[in-house]
Write a new protein. Structure first.
Length: 370
């Protein structure tokens, strides 16, 4: 294992660095997905461990939504390798560890931190250092690596139980990142948090085009369903913004589609809209480039050329994208990167979150009409 890879894994799921000691039992199956119980020693990851400016919680390792640009896949591989080394794999896991490409195993074998709510409850006992940090201004973000409202959550309700624990503690700052309208199931507990803590939801929507979304994020909810969820959360008085990220050059950066998206989420009540061009570090590149080759062969060479030099889109592209979104957010009256009429502190936190979300997820080619 190279040191970069191990660094990424540790940053995404540091709590799973504990030695694998026993077989992870299968606790559920759903079509072609297996769920494995993976109790964690800790669930609240601190800024000093993750290198991010906030605390993070990820109830699941692996994600069935299957986004082509997902950067969390190799952290999942790390968990599998550790259990393979200890001969601590169930039969389906061992079979697919040997036969399935790692990027696919990430979608088909999801590890569930079944004890996460109990561990969090202990961690946040009144007066503990972590409790003090979280009531003194630090933010905790749920879903920095994998989606906390992926299909597993419908069955295991780990995210909901975590929120219930957080709702017992006033004066916190809580943020949630998701693509799923399942979050509206928890409007009751979200409202409880919202009454005495600062809460913000960050819905990711990369395109308003349903068919295109299906190709990029094959098992994720439709853009329409996400926008409806946005409306319901706003009706409940909850702060909800939209992350249009990553913007995939040549694929999701059609200017009229992006404008349609910003218009629709603004009409649904989005409090802020942020965007960022795709970035591709090595772990995400291994899945993304072959996917571009298969789905958008006319873009393959351009993408290869870009990533041969850098993990970022060209500077011109990034600046152009930001200017384009600045214009859109002003036009439709929602806060964005530069259009921030109030609450600077909230803006800083959103920016930190958004930057992490796209931390590994980019390319070239500017089709935006700037
Ligand atoms: S929803 Fe997030 S974690 Fe799940 S596959 Fe997509 S990018 Fe990865």
């Amino acid at each position: 294992m190279d040191s970069n890879r191990s660094l990424v894994q540790s940053a995404l799921f540091p709590e799973l660095d504990a030695p694998a000691s026993r077989v992870l039992p299968v606790i559920g199956e759903q079509k072609d997905i297996h769920y494995h119980s993976a109790p964690a020693k800790s669930v609240l990851n601190g800024p000093e461990v993750t290198g991010m400016g906030f605390w993070s919680i990820n109830p699941y390792v692996g994600c069935a939504f299957g986004c082509a640009y997902c950067y969390a896949r190799y952290a999942h591989r790390y968990v599998m390798e550790r259990h393979a080394a200890k001969e601590a794999m169930s039969a389906p896991l061992a079979r697919d560890f040997a036969a399935m490409p790692p990027w696919l195993a990430f979608e088909r074998h999801v590890f569930v931190k079944t004890n996460a709510p109990q561990v969090l409850r202990k961690t946040l006992r009144h007066g503990s250092d972590r409790h003090k940090a979280l009531i003194n201004g630090d933010t905790v973000v749920i879903g920095t690596a994998t989606d906390p409202y992926q299909p597993a959550e419908r069955r295991f309700r780990i995210t909901r139980q975590i929120l219930e624990t957080l709702s017992e503690h006033p004066d916190m700052s809580v943020a949630i990142i998701t693509k799923s309208p399942l979050i509206t199931r928890d409007i009751d507990v979200l409202s409880r948090i919202n009454r005495h803590s600062r809460l913000s939801i960050h819905l990711t929507i990369t395109t308003p085009d349903r068919e295109l979304a299906r190709r990029i994020e094959p098992r994720a909810p439709t853009p329409e369903a996400r926008i409806r969820a946005l409306g319901r959360l706003r009706e409940a008085g909850i702060d909800v913004g939209v992350n249009v990220m990553p913007v995939m050059p040549g694929i999701t950066d059609n200017p009229s589609q992006l404008e349609e998206l910003v218009r629709r989420v603004a009409e649904a009540g989005a409090t802020h809209v942020n965007s960022c061009a795709l970035r591709l570090q090595s772990t995400a590149r291994k899945r993304y480039l072959p996917w571009v080759e298969a789905e958008f062969p006319h873009l393959a060479e351009r993408y290869r050329n870009t990533y041969g030099r850098d993990s970022n889109a060209g500077e011109k592209y990034r600046i152009g994208l930001r200017k384009f979104f600045d214009r859109l957010t002003r036009k439709y009256g929602v806060r964005g990167w530069s259009y921030e009429p109030d609450d600077e502190e909230q803006g800083d936190m959103r920016e930190a979150i958004a930057e992490h979300v796209v931390a590994e997820a980019t390319a070239t080619q500017l089709t935006l009409a700037l």
